[in-house]
Write a protein that binds this ligand. Structure first.
Ligand code: SAH
Length: 231
């Protein structure tokens, strides 16, 4: 009998690994141990990371790992970046309340939600339809009415909503898509992983200054590839 109770308890703990308040504690730990101990100091970014429920954006099988220090599979062969990378890319764009941001690579919608906590409006594009639809639902459920998801190829950006104060590309490109640079405001910033297909890429921060583009390599990263419809 005792064994049966123990077995039942064990099985329950597998299927319901954490209660809501536990997720809150795990999120707090994530901010303290993975972000503040590294180089994430911007208050708006830390506050957003503390607020957005990352576990809601990931599939059930990886929920228990939602706040661990690494990337996670979100289905369709795609991944959600490590929390530190999400925070790093967000912080690098130096956003404010009035910013209008374009994200290419919606994935789960998590990064878009983090941006949505900080800025006025987020436009995000996802090429894999089931992912885009799921992200749109999750964002709606959580009340992110300032985040708009479009399904399609993000290479061409989102002309009608341009120009943007900031652009974030969350898939690894071989080179910077020209149309995205064109849709950036003067003084605007873009962050994008650039490098060889499936290799180590550089997270590049670009800043548009008149007709010049300032370019700075921030760190080496791995990202799922930026794909084109003809690939
Ligand atoms: N930012 C996401 C993770 C992105 S993973 C999150 O927070 O969960 C990269 C995503 O970019 C994948 O979902 C992939 O399907 C998408 N992607 C790849 N190439 C794309 C393209 N050309 N246009 C739009 N999305 C693209």
């Amino acid at each position: 009998m005792l064994l049966r109770i123990l077995t039942l308890g064990f099985l329950l703990s597998i299927s319901f690994p954490y209660a809501q308040e536990d997720y809150g504690r795990l999120r707090q730990d994530m901010v303290n141990t993975q972000l503040k101990t590294r180089d994430i100091y911007q208050k708006t970014t830390l506050d957003a990371m503390l607020k957005v429920p990352r576990h809601i954006f990931v599939p059930d099988n990886v929920k228990p790992y939602a706040y661990t220090d690494g990337p996670l599979s979100i289905g369709e062969g795609q991944t959600i970046s490590q929390p530190y990378i999400v925070a790093f890319m967000t912080q690098a764009l130096k956003l404010n309340r009035n910013s209008r941001v374009l994200e290419v690579g919606t994935g789960s919608g998590y990064q878009a939600a983090v941006l949505g906590e900080i800025v006025d409006s987020v436009f995000t594009i996802e090429i894999v339809e089931p992912l885009g639809k799921r992200a749109r639902k999750t964002l709606q459920k959580l009340g992110y009415s300032n985040v708009v998801v479009r399904i399609g190829d993000g290479y061409h950006g989102w002309e009608e909503k341009s120009p943007f104060d900031a652009i974030m590309v969350t898939a690894g490109a071989e080179k910077v898509p020209e149309p995205l640079l064109e849709q950036l405001k003067d003084g605007g910033k873009m962050i994008i992983p650039v490098g060889p297909h499936r290799g180590i890429r550089q997270l590049v921060l670009l800043e548009k200054k008149g007709d010049r583009i300032k370019r700075r390599n921030m760190m080496a990263v791995r990202f799922v590839p930026f794909v084109r419809p003809e690939d």
